[in-house]
Ligand binder design. Structure first.
Ligand SMILES: [Zn+2]
Length: 414
């Protein structure tokens, strides 16, 4: 048996088993007793409901994962990639166009397969727990828009990589990295004004009590108000959130309308202070640096595997190509990818503590901040007791009880 095939099947299976174990531990970690910190926020019935929500999502995730792992393994073993390649080559186009056709069939195929799962998640599970506000029309438009964006942005990046690897020899990965860096920075820069408005409406925070409270705070911190927006999150879900995005003149802090509905002004100011904390501490910039470093490493390793005959044999391919190399490399790279994602999450959790600390030291309302965190968690039926391994692997934010503990510690300091 081909060594690459053995490696790839092992990666797929280990990944599957790891997910299974983490899910199992996470469910076992459910505690029927409400942590005292949340007394008065979760009542017994709602707390039970949050645990049912967690169980239902976990089981559904497991089912989805099983389905896609089986399909992927069958597709690899039965020579599915070769079949798609034959179809793409049938059009007798240049390597770039053939590659784009190949990628389009692969990605469109997997999108269509995941469609029923996404329908079930939105219209059955989210609906059952009272979160869903997505209409069928919004749902369909969302899918069409995201397909179009994938075709444009993903297609351009994919063509760029093929082009460089086809003609630049040993240093192709460096040129490729430089080009992708410019491309990624450009997309990140324009995303808040070109891409995100395709999905939601963003309105500068309107005049009123909230705006004046925030203006007061922002003025003290030397933060320009023009970057603060509200977003119609209620279009899709009753869940609430806030985030910071972009850089340069298009950076923005976004508060969901659902967040504003459910929180008091003093709480919203602390949420905003947290987001300004991300801005002041340059978290987005640092995260972009990390992602550029990872893509350099990835492209370098990729350059060692382009057109590797053994790899093509593993996938039962008749012909070798750069574009198929990119897909096959994705399988080999996935353990490293997991490693980088753990690293990224670790960093992100640290940034959350930093932003919290910034908010406490500048807005000085630790209790309001804690209340805001509790309300957010309860409104989103958040899990209070995630298993540490799950946090380590997947959490971009620290578990809420740990955040509250850290805020208390900060405010206790003289
Ligand atoms: Zn944050």
């Amino acid at each position: 048996m081909n060594i690459y095939l053995i490696i790839i099947l092992t990666i797929l299976l280990v990944d599957y088993v790891l997910d299974f174990i983490v899910d199992h531990l996470n469910i076992k970690n459910i505690d029927p007793n409400l942590p005292p910190e949340f007394a008065g926020y979760y009542d017994a019935a709602k707390y039970r409901r949050s645990q049912e929500y967690l169980k239902e999502n976990t089981n559904f995730g497991l089912f989805t994962n099983t389905f896609f792992t089986v399909i992927t393994i069958l597709f690899v073993l039965l020579g599915g990639f070769n079949l798609v390649d034959l179809v793409a080559r049938h059009f007798r186009q240049s390597e770039i166009i053939t590659g784009l056709i190949f990628a389009a069939i692969m990605i469109f195929g997997s999108q269509v397969l995941s469609l029923p799962f996404s329908v079930y998640g939105t219209f059955v599970i989210e609906e059952k727990y009272g979160f869903n506000r997505t209409t069928v029309k919004t749902f369909i438009l969302d899918i069409l828009k995201s397909w179009l964006l994938t075709a444009l942005i993903g297609g351009a990046a994919f063509a760029l990589v093929i082009w460089f690897f086809a003609r630049s020899g040993a240093w192709a990965w460096v040129y490729c990295w430089l080009a992708l860096t410019v491309f990624e920075l450009f997309i990140t820069f324009i995303a808040p004004v070109v891409i995100m408005p395709l999905f939601n409406k963003f309105i500068p925070l309107p005049e009123g009590e909230l705006r004046s409270a925030i203006e007061d705070y922002a003025r003290k911190q030397g933060f320009k108000m023009k970057g603060i927006f509200t977003m119609d999150g209620s279009r899709r879900s009753s869940k609430s959130n806030a985030f910071f995005t972009g850089f340069g003149r298009f950076r923005r802090i976004v508060l969901f309308d659902t967040l504003i509905e459910k929180h008091m002004i003093v709480e919203l100011v602390t949420v905003l202070a947290h987001e300004i904390g991300h801005y002041k501490k340059k978290h987005i910039f640092k995260q972009i640096l990390l992602s550029l470093t990872i893509s350099a490493i990835m492209l370098f390793i990729l350059s060692r595997f382009i057109n590797n005959p053994g790899l093509f044999q593993a996938f039962r391919m008749q012909e070798i190509s750069i574009y198929a190399s990119l897909f096959f490399f994705g399988f080999l790279f996935s353990p490293l990818n997991l490693f980088f994602s753990i690293l990224g999450n670790q960093l992100s959790r640290r940034y959350e503590y930093e932003a919290d600390a910034y908010a406490v030291s500048t807005a000085g309302q630790p209790e309001a901040m804690i209340t805001a965190l509790k309300k957010l968690t309860v409104d989103n039926l958040g899990n209070l007791t995630p298993h540490p391994l799950n946090v380590f692997l997947h959490y971009t934010h620290p578990p809420v009880l740990e955040r509250i503990k850290a805020i208390r510690k900060l405010s206790a300091k003289p």
